[in-house]
Design a protein around this ligand. Structure first.
Ligand SMILES: *Cc1c(COP(=O)(O)O)cnc(C)c1O
Length: 348
């Protein structure tokens, strides 16, 4: 039997043209070139331009390449915070970001909230950065950009982990200063690379914090980015693949329309055996749908054995009570709607 179609929200289904881009990379010579060479600088700068164009990222935002979103949690904590950040989270990814940051800044505070509710964000005068997860992959919830835009920003920077929504949802980047995402989710790429965007305000603040004691201090990363370079020899193949994917996909607005339509059908599934965990429409993720279910193993086993479809497991605390469905753009519409149909009809 061929490999299963995966609806796991990361690592996830790859775009079908990844193989073609790998071959192109091999022939191009870029994988054997120095990361200080003109060909790498061109790759960096072109990929940056493509990110601006496809994702509607405002021109003044800097673009950095990191190895993962987890690394970005650390880079943000050390690069933009001198003493205290405030973390609003409804699930495991946001909580982990908070916990890692707290190891660096003992004063940082966490505000857990119910994923079905929209959080209230109030910070005291000492908070320098507000950290939010746009799309909480663990429970299938989101906080939309309208909400983020209401956070008072005169004193603080806002940093957003958009790992499971960037390149799948239309994000209004202007509402926050720092954005990052790993590429093995909505970008439809293999793992091992993350992108991070930084507003001019964030660059200014970074210079105040001026932490440059580690190789991946954002001050170092930023300085190199101005030359179209990275601090260390980066995952050139991954950057090349990102470049090739961006060249082949349309603007985010058209991707997001497709994803939103599909999400509607995923939330309309009517099956007494499982229900969407998030029922507040405003808080429903468009890219990761999480279903509450007494026996998720039964559903997952059935789909794998009968249909060669791998549904996503529950995550963390929700491992045994939920399963997840990635609604990522690399999954084609036919496959997606067929699976929705099967989920509708499922009987244990
Ligand atoms: C997957 C995920 C991460 C972790 O990504 P890594 O590439 O493993 O570092 C972080 N945040 C969110 C919201 C995620 O979905």
């Amino acid at each position: 039997m061929s490999k299963p179609i995966t609806f796991n929200p990361g690592p996830s289904t790859l775009y079908p043209f990844i193989g073609e881009i790998v071959s192109e990379a091999l022939v191009s010579g870029i994988l054997e070139a120095s990361h200080r060479s003109e060909s790498f600088v061109n790759l960096y700068l072109e990929t940056k331009e493509l990110l601006h164009d496809r994702l509607n990222l405002p021109g003044e935002y800097s673009v950095y390449f990191l190895s993962s979103a987890t690394e970005a949690w650390n880079v943000v904590a050390e690069g933009y915070v001198a003493r205290k950040s405030a973390h609003f989270y409804s699930g495991d990814f946001g909580r982990k970001w908070f916990e890692y940051t707290q190891k660096i800044h003992a004063d940082s505070i966490g505000f857990p909230f119910n994923p079905n509710k929209i959080p209230e964000v109030e910070t005291d005068g000492n908070v320098e950065l507000v950290a939010i997860t746009h799309n909480e992959t663990s429970n299938g919830s989101r906080v939309d950009c309208n909400f983020i835009s209401e956070i008072k920003r005169d004193r603080v920077l806002i940093a957003v982990d958009a790992t499971s929504s960037m390149a799948g949802a239309a994000l209004d980047f202007s509402v926050a200063d720092i954005w990052f995402a790993s590429v093995q989710k909505c970008f439809g790429l293999p793992a091992g690379l993350a992108v991070m965007f930084s507003s001019p305000r964030a660059v200014e603040k970074m210079n105040l914090v001026a932490f440059d004691k580690r190789y991946n201090a954002v001050a170092n990363i930023h300085k190199m980015s101005l030359k179209g370079q990275t601090v260390f020899t980066p995952n050139v193949l991954a950057i090349y693949l990102l470049n090739g994917v961006l060249k082949r996909i349309p603007n985010i607005n058209s991707i997001a329309n497709r994803i939103t339509e599909r999400a509607k059908s995923a939330y309309q599934i009517s099956n007494s055996y499982f229900q969407a965990l998030i029922n507040n429409p405003q808080a429903q993720s468009q890219t990761v749908i999480c279903y509450r279910c007494a026996e998720p193993e039964i559903v997952k086993q059935y789909f794998l054995l009968q249909h060669n479809v791998r549904l996503g497991s529950g995550y963390g605390e929700l491992k045994t009570t939920t399963f997840r469905l990635a609604n990522f753009p690399a999954i084609d519409d036919d496959t997606f709607y067929q699976t929705i149909h099967l989920l509708n009809d499922f009987q244990p």
